[in-house]
Design a protein around this ligand. Sequence first.
Ligand code: HEM
Length: 270
Amino acid sequence: MPKLKLPAPPSNPLTSPKRPGKEYGPSGPLGHAEEAGVTAVDWIDERTSLSGGLRWGMFRKVPKGTNWFYTLGSSTMFAFLSQAVTGVFLAMYYDPSATRAYASIQYINNEVFLGEFVHGMHRWGSSVMVILIFLHMGRTFFFGAYKYPRELNWVIGVALLVMTMTMSFSGYLLPFDQRSYWATIVGVNINGTGPLVGPYLSEFLRAGPYFGATTLSRFYAIHMLMVPGAIAALMGFHLYLVAKLGTTAPPWVKAEAPEKLREDKVTVDQ
Ligand code: HEM
């Protein structure tokens, strides 16, 4: 049988193949930097296939009529991330001891570089997050987004709301000044009046029968470790469901009948 002739080998097998619309190989330092970035991302993607998941989550079809109100969920998430970042910096200087907490806050405000700014961002940011979460909840309620098949996302949202309020409540005690001390005593006592679980809840929050030094540690642990972790986990699940189910169209946007059905309707009407 006659042997087929082998094709000629490429002139330089080490250079990468030409990308559509690009010159052969990277040109200039910027081109090399871009190529290096693409190569690094490709390297990770080849071993993890993460880009598939990212594409699934990010490049979604959105319903007609999607408007600025749909950004309230992402804004709430951004507020949470800002709280997490500023909180980490505050934790570097804050001392959760009943005798030193107040002084450590004074130190953050008066001595630490940008301390007052970061503290202010965290303090005002908590109110921003609470306002945004209520606006987002209002949007999902008035657009009917809590209905089938998104009931579970609504329930997760309610848990996120409770935890956000818990963050505000537990954070309020941390400066340990007169206002935060007495306001928290009132808040814990109100919790104690709740049916059945009330007394247990207030005892848990006080870390005992009386408001004492360990109460501050208890609030600090709730504020720093317990709740933020749970919020991050639930937020992940909330966003997974948003990507899986898609978002609801505004109630004033009517679904358009497909072309075929429209033709059938015209035929029937005649
Ligand atoms: C930490 C708090 C929260 C974050 C970060 C968050 C984030 C998001 C994001 C990014 C979306 C996509 C669409 C949009 O932004 O409107 C969304 C949708 C949704 N959220 Fe939230 N959310 C939070 C709290 C809540 C609360 C408190 C509720 C209600 C009790 C809720 C119920 C829903 C529902 C039902 C949807 C689906 C909306 C639709 O299909 O149009 N979320 N959330």
